[in-house]
Each structure stands twice: as C-alpha cells, then as structure tokens.
Design a protein around this ligand. Structure first.
Ligand code: UDP
Ligand code: MG
Length: 183
C-alpha cells in the first residue's frame, strides 16, 4: 500500500513584529485577534526600541536593496513611533499559518483580506509600510528570535540553551528616600 503523504506537523516558532506603523494606527488588537485564528501560542512578547544595529542585523538580507536606508528608518520608528511589539508564536507549522494571515510583502498585491492587504501602504519613498513582520522559514525564524529575545524572555523554547556564569549590571527601581531611611 502506498504511504499516505502526511503534511509535516513540526512544532515551529515564528517571530512576529508589529511595526511602528501598526502601533501608530492602533492595530495591535486587530492583528493579535486575527493571528489568534491560527490557534498558536504566544510564548514571548515585548515592546522594543529598535537600535540601528538591531535593525541592520534583522534586515541583513536586504543590505544591497535601494530602499535599505528607508527600511531601517521605518523599522526604527523615524516615521511613526520608536516602538515595535515583538511576539513569538509557537505551534505546528507556525510560519505558514502566520504568513497566510499576514499576507504578501507588497500590500498592493497582498490578499485584500490579509493584514497587509487591509492595512499596508506604499510610501512615496517606495517602502512597503506593511504593518507586520513574520519570519519566512524555520532557519530565519531561529536567527530572528535569537536576535530579538533572550531565552529567559520566552516561556518555552524549541532552541537549545546553555548556562554561562557572567557578571552583569542589572537595573532596579530606585528606592524612595523615605523607604531607605525606614530600613
Ligand atoms: N520591502 C520594501 N520593498 C520591497 C521589498 C521589501 O519596502 O520591494 C520591505 C517591506 O517592509 C518588507 C521588508 O522590506 O516587509 C522585508 O522584506 P522581505 O523581502 O523579507 O519581505 P517579508 O518577509 O517582510 O514579507
Ligand atoms: Mg522577510
């Protein structure tokens, strides 16, 4: 008997970024609601002020593109707000499921019912302001998640971790003078 071709059900993680235009347009709730149709789990979330270093590393595959400088400014928040909401989704075929709802890169070509089709635009500088980022494939997802998150910022991870002893300075909330004196 012929073996039945089964669709792979591998547990994957996918980085989703709600880009600065998504935040300024108050689309966070809509985007998370739309992505909840995937029934994937959110295993990490944080608001990030994107540095040039992080932006350039994230978009390293587009270094030679004519729109690279504009793209870096866009993700750093020069045109909207200096914030990106970074999320990690986990589950079976997470990347395919997320990217289907996110839609094609070019918002004019994206399915009009997808997030990018509904809310994206092309700027006069030629950048696709497409509201969200989603990892393209498993190796890229791993690279991106490791770039944006430390292992202890995720509740689960499918990537190997190791423990290292390091000396670090950590920031704490400053105690009020009255509290200090009463001790
Ligand atoms: N981008 C653009 N013009 C292009 C291609 C890409 O402005 O012709 C921007 C767009 O914001 C896109 C990002 O660069 O989301 C990363 O491009 P990529 O090809 O990786 O597309 P994605 O994986 O985001 O769909
Ligand atoms: Mg990409």
């Amino acid at each position: 008997m012929k073996k039945q071709q089964k669709k792979s059900k591998e547990v994957e993680q996918c980085l989703v970024l709600i880009k600065p235009d998504g935040l300024v347009k108050s689309l966070t709730g809509n985007i998370i609601t739309e992505l909840s149709d995937t029934e994937l789990k959110i295993v990490g979330a944080k608001v990030v002020q994107v540095t040039r270093e992080l932006a350039e590393e994230h978009y390293q595959h587009l270094k030679e593109a004519a729109f690279f400088d504009e793209l870096i400014k866009y993700i750093m928040g020069h045109y909207h707000t200096r914030r990106v909401l970074a999320l990690v989704y986990q589950g079976e075929n997470a990347i395919e499921k997320v990217r289907k709802i996110v839609g094609a890169t070019n918002p004019e070509k994206a399915d009009p019912t997808s997030i990018r089709g509904k809310y994206g635009r092309i700027t006069s500088a030629g950048v696709f302001e497409n509201v969200v980022h989603a990892s393209e494939n498993a190796p890229e997802a791993e690279r991106e998640i490791k770039l944006w998150f430390r292992p202890d910022e995720l509740v689960y991870t499918v990537f190997d971790t190791e423990v290292k002893e390091v000396k670090i300075d950590k920031m704490f909330w400053k105690e009020k003078e009255e509290v200090k004196k009463s001790k």
